[in-house]
Write a protein that binds this ligand. Structure first.
Ligand code: FMN
Length: 415
């Protein structure tokens, strides 16, 4: 019987354990988590979501405070078009995070960065270009383009000296999205080095509508593999979303996938950036506690635990400090929802906003608990203490369980 370790992912000269830990925004997939994946011979991701905030927390910069001080005059203004990111600070934050991570790297695996296009930052092209270029300058080994079609992203970095040497991949949820990307990027004369196919059971934002449940990862993966074969394109395909056991992963590898991308199992790892009490909430969640809703201002459906404290919270928009979701004209769907509630409740000290959430503030504070659909199975992956709490696992334990397990088994930690 085969297991994941019987397969290898080939990316250029690299031969890797075919396990990729997916990017999890605002430092949920920490450098420590990514570095464990690399040490064990796979691929780990850090994320550049809200990178200035991450830099302040980890590298003692003061970017958020400085930005808020600069734009404080605008806090009560609905129009956020003047609230811009300082590109030098953005470059600095990305460089600090990538350099600090790469300096600690051990092992034969790779460390990539997850770059979401939907973080439009009130200047989509300029900021995305700085984010990707700075990550390449600082030695990141690959960039995974996420949350968006990224039709112009390759072109933004085609002049970078590392454009052809770094690994570049894209996350898609349909053949159609991949076709569009390949068509628009063909001008740069460079194919992606890998394609992550993310199905409807993944965590974070979904590349589907609210009809996500009608789609199936295995079907989309088969379509993508067939399309690439028909086009004579030799690009590794990496399924993601709901791959919970080593056997699940092996099934995809036997059917032509080059590796798998996984995340949910690692949300309860010691190295994961979620606070310890939040990890317990992930363990405790039952299937009924998980929903896909439309409260993300990005417009993409997002999966989360229903009792996330950020849901319904009517905090004043925090764009002067953060502002990562402001579109090219300084708008975010949460601002309109918030202002509507304020107008409808004159004199109220605090309003509630149910249709959208201030995702920047709540992801920063770990108050939106985004998760994969199979989060409700996490409780079966560990032991329980006498006080009812679940044992946090090491990333190594989870990684090796994926790598070596068979028969749909999940290895429990040692008692
Ligand atoms: C807590 C959490 C946060 C996530 N954040 C991001 C993100 O910032 N960017 C992204 O492209 N995908 C994100 N994802 C998706 C994962 O990278 C991955 O593709 C997917 O969750 C894999 O499915 P699984 O969680 O069922 O293993 C996130 C997933 C989780 C569980």
């Amino acid at each position: 019987m085969k297991r994941v370790d019987d397969f290898r992912l080939r990316l250029g000269k690299h031969e890797l354990v075919p396990i990729m830990i997916g990017g999890m925004g605002v430092d949920i997939s920490t450098a420590d988590l990514a570095l464990e994946a690399a040490r064990l011979g796979g691929v780990g991701h850090i994320s550049d979501a809200m990178i200035n905030t991450v830099s302040d927390r980890r590298y003692e910069t003061k970017h958020v405070k400085e930005k808020l001080a600069l734009y404080k005059y605008n806090v009560l203004n609905e129009d956020k078009s003047s609230v811009k990111f300082d590109l030098g600070r953005l470059e600095e934050a990305t460089r600090l995070h990538v350099e600090a991570t790469m300096a600690r790297k051990q092992g034969t695996g790779l460390v990539f960065i997850n770059c979401m296009e939907k973080l439009t930052m009130n200047a989509p092209k300029e900021t995305l270009k700085v984010r990707m270029s700075a990550a390449l300058d600082a030695g990141i080994e690959g960039i995974t383009l996420a949350a968006g079609l990224h039709l112009g992203s390759f072109a933004l970095i085609e002049d970078h000296p590392r454009f052809r040497d770094a690994k570049l991949g894209i996350i898609v949820s349909s053949v159609r999205a991949l076709q569009l990307f390949l068509k628009k990027s063909s001008r740069t004369n460079r194919l992606p080095d890998y394609v992550v196919v993310e199905g409807p059971l993944a965590g974070g934002h979904l590349g589907f509508g609210m009809d996500w449940a009608q789609y199936d990862l295995a079907t989309i993966v088969t379509e993508v593999i067939r399309y690439l074969k028909d086009e004579h394109l030799d690009i590794p395909v990496i399924p993601a979303g709901g791959i919970f056991t080593g056997s699940d992963a092996t099934g995809f590898l036997e059917n032509g996938a080059a590796a798998v991308q996984v995340a949910t199992r690692f949300t309860v790892a010691e190295e994961c950036g979620l606070p310890t009490d939040v990890k317990q909430e992930y363990f405790k969640a039952s299937e009924e506690d998980i929903e896909v809703n439309q409260i993300s201002p990005t417009g993409y459906p997002m999966r989360m635990i229903k009792k996330s404290p950020g849901i319904g919270d009517g905090i004043r928009p925090n764009c002067e400090a953060y502002g990562y979701l402001l579109d090219a004209s300084g708008k975010c769907a949460y601002i309109s929802s918030y202002n509507r509630e304020v107008a409808e409740h004159p004199g109220a000290r605090k309003v509630q906003v149910w249709d959208k959430t201030c995702l920047c503030t709540h992801m920063r504070n770990f108050d939106i608990w985004t998760c994969g659909q199979l989060t409700y199975r996490l409780k079966d992956t560990t032991l329980r203490a006498d006080d009812g709490s679940y044992r946090i696992l090491s990333a190594e334990h989870i990684f090796k369980d994926y790598q070596f397990s068979t028969d749909n088994k999940i290895a429990l930690p040692e008692a």
